[in-house]
Design a binder for this molecule. Structure first.
Ligand SMILES: NC(=O)c1ccc[n+]([C@@H]2O[C@H](COP(=O)([O-])OP(=O)(O)OC[C@H]3O[C@@H](n4cnc5c(N)ncnc54)[C@H](O)[C@@H]3O)[C@@H](O)[C@H]2O)c1
Length: 342
């Protein structure tokens, strides 16, 4: 059994992780820490978690814990990860790995130095439809990919935005690009198996204006990859017409085919010149999202720990996804093209 202790039991824990953690084979959720004692008591009762702590250092002192999952707001990841690594715990840190490249580098370094494994929470790689897309690319249906467009745009009501202390503040990485665009920069690397070399971005705050809101509500980035692919990334939390399902699409063009899909609904269309696909070279399908991506990433992570293998999403993966985000913000602020590495 691999014993898990969780630090931070807010939205991501309650809405996604806990139900998944309880289903992973060989994983036991033994402890949880959160500064919110009331929340802790409620989750202990609801999920039968043995040990709860309002001070996470007590969780780290527990010798039975093998993996620490860090779910604090993203600008606060460095300190608990550092302390967990020094306590010789393997670390699962939620995305983005950090909100600055400096913090991200320190996170990677401290985990290496203490010889503990580090996995970053880019679980979206393991959504069933994303895995299908990757499989189709790997089988060559698209040929050489030259262009890709990723859209992650929907509407967040202003009261939601203001309901969390860190969602509307630039210094906390509260903007849509840092909060969920970083999943998409990870998707780009994952699908293309390539690294970004140049980024140009424009951003603005059109709808969610207000002196307390210091983040963008729209950002569009153009990203050039080493092997030549041009990618377009759009994020928004103010597209009132979009809605969760319509606002998330991925389109990929290669010299042998085109793929279009929506991870949140499972709709997919594929055209390919490769023989055998269908008489017209076109298929339209729907793969019902099974919601098992959080289970898959944890299963892979504990397997990597048991077999001393590379974690499913490494610290370097987290760093590279963050680097595109940082480059896009820098580009928008300085109104110029940013060359990577930043
Ligand atoms: N992988 C995904 O799809 C996904 C989805 C949503 C959020 N996230 C990420 O998960 C992380 C957490 O997001 P969230 O929405 O759950 O945040 P949240 O604000 O809802 O929850 C954070 C929790 O941390 C607790 N906390 C804060 N400081 C603490 C401390 N020093 N010690 C112990 N507990 C402390 C808070 O009381 C709260 O319960 C972020 O990095 C976010 O980007 C990932």
């Amino acid at each position: 059994m691999v014993n898990y202790g969780v630090i931070g039991c807010g939205a991501v824990f309650e809405n996604f992780q806990v139900k998944s953690l309880l289903k992973v084979r060989g994983l036991r959720l033994v402890a949880a820490a959160d500064i919110n004692g009331k929340r802790l008591k409620a989750i202990k009762q609801k999920y039968g978690i043995e040990k709860i702590f309002v001070d996470y250092h007590e969780l780290l002192a527990d010798k039975s814990i093998d993996v620490v999952m860090v779910n604090l707001p993203q600008h606060l990841h460095l300190r608990p990860v550092t302390n967990a690594a020094k306590a010789k715990k393997n670390v699962y840190v939620e995305k983005p790995i950090a909100t600055t490249l400096k913090d991200a580098r320190e996170i990677i370094k401290v985990c290496q130095k203490n010889k503990v494994k580090l996995c970053v929470g880019h679980q979206r790689r393991f959504i069933n439809i994303e895995m299908k897309a990757k499989e189709l690319i790997n089988k060559g249906y698209l040929g050489k990919i030259f262009k890709l467009r990723v859209i992650a745009c929907w509407y967040e009501p202003r009261e939601n935005l203001l309901s969390k202390g860190w969602w509307y503040k630039k210094e906390c990485g509260g903007g849509p690009l840092m909060r969920w665009g970083v999943h998409k920069t990870d998707t780009l690397r994952y699908l293309l198996e390539d690294e970004a070399i140049r980024v140009y971005a424009e951003q603005d705050t059109f709808l969610h204006k207000g002196k307390e809101i210091t983040v963008e509500d729209n950002l569009v980035a153009l990203i050039r990859f080493k092997k030549g692919t041009i990618a377009e990334l759009e994020v928004s939390n103010s597209q009132q017409e979009a809605g969760m399902n319509r606002g998330e699409t991925i389109e990929i063009w290669g010299d042998k085919g085109t793929l279009w899909y929506r991870p949140s609904t499972g709709e997919m269309e594929l055209y390919s010149k490769i023989k055998g696909l269908s008489p017209k070279g076109f298929i339209k399908s729907k793969l019902i999202p099974d919601g098992k991506e959080f289970i898959r990433i944890q299963q892979k992570f504990i397997n990597s720990i048991k077999r001393n293998k590379i974690p499913p999403v490494t610290g370097e993966d987290g760093y590279k996804a963050l680097e595109m985000v940082v480059a896009a913000y820098k580009s928008a602020a300085e109104k110029k093209v940013i060359t990577l590495p930043v």
